[in-house]
Design a protein around this ligand. Structure first.
Ligand code: C5P
Length: 220
């Protein structure tokens, strides 16, 4: 059989939102569908990789003999699952929309409404991508950036600060791009700050473009 470009490679991908519990029935979350991460996982598997897909709550499913799907709920669970596997990985892509904050206290009983306003105190969640950058030994590490202003400068800053090998900039200025839509318009920036811009495409096509970029750089 012909060698596939990711044969023998192990890939870690994060996807979806995280849910941060407030009480037994409520959480803080976001509208991430998980589609981009799942498409990246599917593509990697079809290119020959063994994939560990760590996903927050999503209705998506992926049944593929080369994909191990680990479902988590909170950012801290996602952090733990990623670090359990990271050492053995060749490539890691963080495509999850991780909550930056979580409620400081999780009520053990459903919180009752009272007259007047209420407050929930929040504390910072760990930055999973940053921690993977700090602990990087040989892995090719890729993050996502979703910016609304100074897009390129902010993405380049993130690339350096988080010790990444590449960052995928999602353009929100484009109609039909990003969150909740079936399409995306991306720019890929590598660690030498080489920039490649792509047109508006479906997410499976975007996943294929991202892997083409990564493969060209790990084989270079
Ligand atoms: O710094 P910012 O949140 O904009 O960075 C986005 C990138 O960092 C994405 O790749 C996202 O998956 C990752 N991230 C993470 N853990 C967090 C926050 C962001 O892995 N707590």
């Amino acid at each position: 059989a012909k060698e596939l470009p990711l044969s023998g490679k192990k890939v870690l991908i994060t996807a979806g939102p995280t849910y941060e519990a407030i009480d037994p029935v409520r959480f803080l979350g976001n509208h991430s569908s998980g589609t981009m991460g799942f498409e990246l996982a599917k593509r990697a598997a079809n290119l020959g990789a063994k994939v560990i897909l760590v996903s927050g709550p999503t209705y998506l499913n992926l049944e593929h003999s080369s994909v191990e799907l680990i479902r988590v709920t909170s950012a801290r669970e996602m952090y733990d699952a990623c670090h359990r596997h990271y050492k053995n990985m060749d490539v890691a892509i963080c495509a999850a929309a991780v909550a930056d904050y979580r409620p400081k206290k999780v009520a053990t009983e459903k919180i009752k409404k009272k007259d007047g306003d209420m407050q929930i105190e929040l504390e910072r969640n760990p930055d999973i991508l940053l921690s993977l950058g700090e602990q990087k030994t040989h892995q090719f590490l890729v993050g996502f950036a979703l910016e609304t202003e100074n897009e390129l400068e902010n993405a380049k800053g993130k690339l350096k600060r988080k010790n990444l090998d590449g960052i995928v900039l999602n353009s929100l200025k484009e109609d039909g791009a990003g969150f909740g839509s079936g399409t995306n318009k991306i720019t890929f920036i590598d660690k030498n700050l080489h920039i490649k811009t792509f047109g508006l495409k479906t997410k499976p096509e975007v996943a294929s473009d991202i892997w083409e970029e990564i493969i060209s750089k790990i084989h270079a």
